[in-house]
Design a protein around this ligand. Sequence first.
Ligand code: 0T9
Length: 380
Amino acid sequence: GADVPQDQKAGWTSFIKSLAHMTGDLSSMTAPPFILSPVSLTEFPAYWAEHPEQFAEISQGTTEEERMERVLRWFIATLKGQYTTRNEKMGSEKKPLNPVLGELFYGKWPDTNGRGETDLIVEQVSHHPPITAYYIENKKAGVALQGHSGQKTSFTGTSIYVKQSGHALLKVALKAGGEETYLITLPKLRIEGIIWGSPYIELTETSAIVSSTGYSAHIEYKGKGYFSGKAHSFKAVLSRGSKTVQTYEGQWTGVSTIGGHKGPVFYDADAVPKQEVTVKPVEEQGEWESRRLWQKVADGIRGGDYETAGKEKSLIENEQRQRRKDEAAANTTWPLRRFTHIEEDPEYEQLAAVIHDKTQPTTEDAYVFKGYEEEEKAAA
Ligand code: 0T9
């Protein structure tokens, strides 16, 4: 535990020991203060749109193949934000705040150059297990992403293995009329560096993007010591039916190339700065909105006042427990505000059938965005 503060070494050791007994859900486990992040998991879907120009440009591709390539480029471009931001901002991966049921996160990326505004709506749709649903749309560009995300975690002895559950569907409206759908599956994660107290993520195994046009991309992830010898590497094969159309390889944190490592640049993660989501000031947020809900806890964590952070967190958790008891007594359940839960997603089933990965479920549930509320329409 070289990176663990002296006074938290015992706490870190017992946290690691408790990982061995974990049963799939790490989010509710207590961890020492140095590893706590002041950011809730409901904020994470914003990573999908930190390159709003690439998101918008998907619909401008002139052929099915070009649009598929643009979807892949946008997807690769999101990975650095999704999986390395906490290391860059806070020095290591940190334990996010565990969202409460019904927690909301709203944000947008303003229209700066006529490409249209990108809107983000997130809701915590389950607490146990934690599941986050999101909807991201650039109406003007005709591009919308709807998805949900959960995690199943296990401890290997030295690293935490994370299987993501859920999927996302990207809808692209074509200028000439009609619509394409892209199923996006989620990579598996390995959280390394635990014993030193400086966790970081490496992606592993595969994920896929499958289009209603018949194009698909299968992406393989490798860390140090594999095909390029570099950390955070991937190889993607774009195909149509059973025919390979193109390959892409490199680092999702850096440069990737088309058709072999000497080919032209596909994407350079360092050349394109990310744009962070803009959020209303906390004072103007509703009481279920993440930054307002967690404000006192987050202030405590940021300011090193862990006693206040802990007390405020307990207040929120006790209030939640009481709500669940009251609901059980009244034989009611918490109503979802922005999404409708569906048990089966026929679009998922159809597109997932193309994926070779045996661990990808053939059927999954989903959360369908209910549509904008009146104030949102008025503000747009
Ligand atoms: C969806 C993403 C996900 C959420 C996070 C595993 C993790 C919770 C889920 C998968 C996003 O699109 C992408 C990025 C990071 C993932 C988190 C990394 C992480 O460590 C947490 C888990 C629950 C922990 O907090 C483990 C404690 C940790 C600090 C290691 C000791």
